[in-house]
Structure formats: C-alpha cells, structure tokens
Design a protein around this ligand. Sequence first.
Ligand SMILES: Cc1cc2nc3c(=O)[nH]c(=O)nc-3n(C[C@H](O)[C@H](O)[C@H](O)COP(=O)(O)O)c2cc1C
Length: 339
Amino acid sequence: MDMSTAHRERETGDLMKVFDNKRAEGSFVKIAAPMVRYSKLPFRMLLRPYDVDVVFSPMIISHSFVRSERSREVEFTTLPYTDQPLVLQFAASNPQQLGDAAEFVTRHCEGIDLNCGCPQQWAMDSGYGSHLISDPQMVFDMVSHARNRTTLPISVKVRVHDTVSETVEMARRIEKCGAAFLSVHGRTPKQRYEPVNYDIIRQVKDAVNIPVVANGDANSLEQANSIVALTGVDGVMTARGLLRNPAMFKGYDTTPIECVQRWVDIRSLLGFKFDSFRHILAQMLVDVLSKQEMQTFNRLNSTAGILDFLSDYGIEKGDAGRLDAMYCDLMSEDTYYVS
Ligand SMILES: Cc1cc2nc3c(=O)[nH]c(=O)nc-3n(C[C@H](O)[C@H](O)[C@H](O)COP(=O)(O)O)c2cc1C
C-alpha cells in the first residue's frame, strides 16, 4: 500500500542506534512522549532543535488508521529528513490490527510503539491501553506478530502494576516477545497525580536487558538527570514538561522567546488552525507571562490579535524563511506527506 504523495523517499534511520550512541556517550535518550492532540507534525517540528532525540506521535487507533484514508489524513503527516527519528504509537487490541498498521507505516517512521498505558475508560473498554497490562499474553502475541510484518523496532509503553513483582514479570514478558525497548510511566492505571514510583522503574531496569525509558514528572533537564541517576534508565520521556517548555531538554528553565518565534514561523509554513496555534502557545507561555498577561492572552480570539499581542514581546510576524532551510525545500518540493 502506498501512502505517500512524495517523490523523495524517506530514508528510515536506525532508531536503536540512538540508544547505542547515547550509551556510548555516557548519556541518555531524551524522548518527547506521545500526546493526543499535541504531538503532531507542527509540535514535533517545534521540538527538534531543542535536544529532543526521539519524538513520538500521538496515539493512533490502528484499526481506523488502516481502514480509512480520512483517518490517515487527519492522524498522520510527516516530513522526511526533518521529522526523524519518529515513533508512531498505535492503540490496538489484537495482533492483526497492530501488524496491519505496522506494515502500513514501515517506510514512514523509525519505530512503532504499542500503547499499554492509556487509562481512559473508553480505551480500556475497547481492549486498548492499560487494559493490556493485565493481558500479557495478548501483548506478547501482538508484538510477536507485528515483528513479522515490519523491519522496524517495536516498543511498548506501559503503566506499572500495584506490586513490583507483577510489574517486573510484565517487563520480562515484554522483553521475551522481542520488544526493542520499554517505556514505563511510573503510575498505575488508577493513579493520576500521585507521585511517580521511580523505585519500581529502577527494578524494571535491573530486571531486563532491553533499554528502559522512564516516564513521569520529568519537567526539567535537572529532573531528567536525577531520574537517570536514581533508576539507571537508558532514556527519559516527557509529556507535560515539554508542553510548558519545549526547550526543556536543552536546559532552559522556561520557554525561550526564540522558541515562541519558531512556533509563529512554523504556523506560517504549515498554516494550521487557530485553535491548534493558540492552544500550544498558551501552554508554553504559562511560566513566561504574569497571571494578568496570561488573562489578556486568553481573551484573544484571532491569529492577528495574538500576533499583535506577541509583538510587544519582540516576536515578529511569521516568516517560514527563518526556519531551517530544509523545511522550506521540502515543502516546495511537495514532499509533505499526506497519507
Ligand atoms: C495531553 C496529553 C495527551 C496524552 N496522550 C497520550 C498518548 O497519546 N499516548 C500515551 O501513551 N500517553 C499519552 N499521554 C500520557 C503521557 O505520554 C505521559 O505518559 C504522562 O503524561 C506522564 O508524563 P509527564 O509527567 O511527562 O506528563 C498523554 C498525556 C497528556 C498530558
């Protein structure tokens, strides 16, 4: 199945080399977590210059993705060379679904992840997400089957069980089915804002030989470093920290002004909707603006109004030419993938 209108092929890189290289440097892999609604191409483009090594897509429902062209158009857009390495995360409830999706996207990303962490009721009821941590045989079957359908590495993202022994047992089974790496959000499916259990992540890391990625409350580079020191993991994955400060992994305490400018420039290149533009901007400005300034920002209801507001902070009108030359070349060559 051909899902690209591009005339320039994406050269799929070796995702696992990123882990090898970081380990050789005595460092760890910095990963942007999957986030429904947020981690689409524009946000991924925003993150790339800020020391993010690997970026995940939002969770995509494999079944509808494979069956519906409309779903693919909405759910997945990428650019070769620049939007790499990219891991596409799927929700699936049986081996066929994950295998079909994996085969479909093999030439368009560097890795495929199975979501075993989503705690929402609708997902659990459909046999997706963290429902799967209680069905290790199904995870085993899905990953094993998908591995026969693609050359890409298959990873798994989980939440933890209530006990160390159940969690370690789950991790060992995931390793056995040939998963390339394991991302562990150190909360159980029932937990929301409870402290992240880094000790259980450390015990998972000690129990398996595949790379382990820690996830949960790594909201600064300093915190990410401490989590690595505490757990010995190979990578740290962040969601909300990167929303509030996309330059976090580069060591910035809050969103730098150049990052806001980059977002404005990306909008002018891709021309995405006002709501998407505003929503992400609002998140990254929270720690930069005062409460009063934020209230003013939240009342703005047009792109022109936002650009006018931002000009007071030295942000210029969007100019795609300011972005990495590669992006503009790719756009002009019509290599913008629209599955
Ligand atoms: C807005 C939002 C959307 C999310 N969407 C996904 C998703 O699509 N797939 C997934 O595995 N986790 C998803 N998560 C969970 C995060 O990937 C991550 O596991 C969780 O937020 C804990 O990490 P953090 O403390 O760095 O935010 C989402 C989280 C947020 C805040």
